[in-house]
Design a protein around this ligand. Structure first.
Ligand SMILES: Nc1ncnc2c1ncn2[C@@H]1O[C@H](COP(=O)(O)OP(=O)(O)OP(=O)(O)O)[C@@H](O)[C@H]1O
Ligand SMILES: [Mg+2]
Length: 311
């Protein structure tokens, strides 16, 4: 879907993206991660030509991106950023409708789409539709930013730390929402983050950048279990790799037949969240239920720890 072939970008004589080759497959959720200044945002902005690259080639849908007009690229790629960039004098509805308006969709269709997206992102349409950005909380503004990026059902969603300024709970809710949108729509998503847990939880593939170069790319599991060098190992945290691995598994994979006392946990819960429940309750065993609340089995604390053998 998107391919970088030996791409470089120089700012003031300094290469900030250096001979970068990347392939982002259609439908894949790719996360670009790396320390501050490693070139993540620059890489993302070169995809929709907010920044022009200096050398190499970037392809979108099989064509060199210079073949597209920047505005056409931007209509086909939703873009959401941490600082949100909502238009302050436009209502929520007008902000979300930016691209559909440009595409001259009929009024009724735009209204329907705005309602659909607001509902999807848990913003009550009738309550928030006519508000202005300054009348929203930071988290609500970021939801509007994500809704706007999704509005015209773009082929690609580019997100630069879209949940950056949020408290952990709101952040987790929005992460789950994005994961759900990805599952439902099968869209190609490229997300930039500093947050290792966010990367591990959302990505099909993680690309670790350092000084504008790819240090390693692969599945979350591969980066955790087969780091190619100490940089990668340190980045993903040597000490609690076992704990981080737990974020990748679900309770369903570790549970056994049987039953236990207490408030049940969902089979789809991550093992990492299950660990938190064990710690909070101080219990050795937790009953497990399915989506309909049916009893499925039991999770033993010791079986969680066995997972650590992987690391
Ligand atoms: N317009 C610009 N002019 C000059 N230098 C720039 C410009 N934009 C970015 N840079 C430099 O390029 C490097 C990479 O910047 P970039 O924004 O891609 O990093 P990043 O990985 O997104 O960092 P962060 O995690 O802090 O957002 C930095 O050293 C930055 O100072
Ligand atoms: Mg950045």
């Amino acid at each position: 879907m998107i391919r970088f072939d030996r791409v470089s970008k120089v700012f003031q004589g300094k290469p900030v993206v250096d001979d970068l080759s990347l392939h982002i497959a259609e439908g894949e959720f790719t996360v670009l991660i790396g320390t501050s200044g490693s070139g993540k945002s620059t890489t993302l902005k070169m995809i929709n030509r907010l920044i022009e690259h200096d050398a190499g080639k970037i392809y979108f849908a099989g064509e060199e991106i210079h073949k597209f007009k920047p505005q056409d690229l931007r209509r086909r790629m939703g873009y959401a950023i941490q600082s949100i960039g909502l238009f302050p004098h436009w209502t929520v509805e007008e902000n979300i409708a930016t691209v559909p308006q440009l595409l001259k969709w009929p009024r009724a269709r735009i209204r329907e789409r705005v309602t659909e997206l607001m509902t999807l992102l848990h913003l009550e349409p009738e309550r928030f539709r006519r508000r202005y950005p300054h009348q929203l909380s930071g988290g609500q503004q970021q939801r509007v930013g994500v809704a706007r990026a999704l509005a015209a059902d773009p082929e690609v969603l580019l997100m630069d730390e879209p949940f950056g300024a949020l408290d952990p709970v709101t952040r987790l809710t929005l992460q789950k929402e994005i994961a759900r949108i990805h599952q439902l729509s099968g869209r190609t998503i490229v997300l930039v983050t500093h947050d290792i847990d966010e990367a591990l939880g959302l990505a099909n593939r993680i690309v670790l950048l350092e000084q504008g170069r790819v240090v390693q790319q692969g599945t979350p599991l591969a980066l955790l279990t087969e780091p190619i060098n100490d940089v990668v190992r340190d980045f993903f945290g040597r000490s609690d790799r076992g704990i981080k691995l737990l974020a990748l598994g679900t309770v369903a994979e570790r549970m056994r037949p049987g039953s236990a006392e207490g408030e049940p946990i969902q089979a789809a819960m991550s093992l990492r969240d299950a660990l938190s429940v064990f710690v909070a309750r101080g219990s050795e065993r937790l009953p497990v239920i399915g989506e309909q609340g049916e009893a499925l089995g039991v999770l033993h604390f010791s079986d969680l720890i066995a997972q650590k053998a992987l690391s």
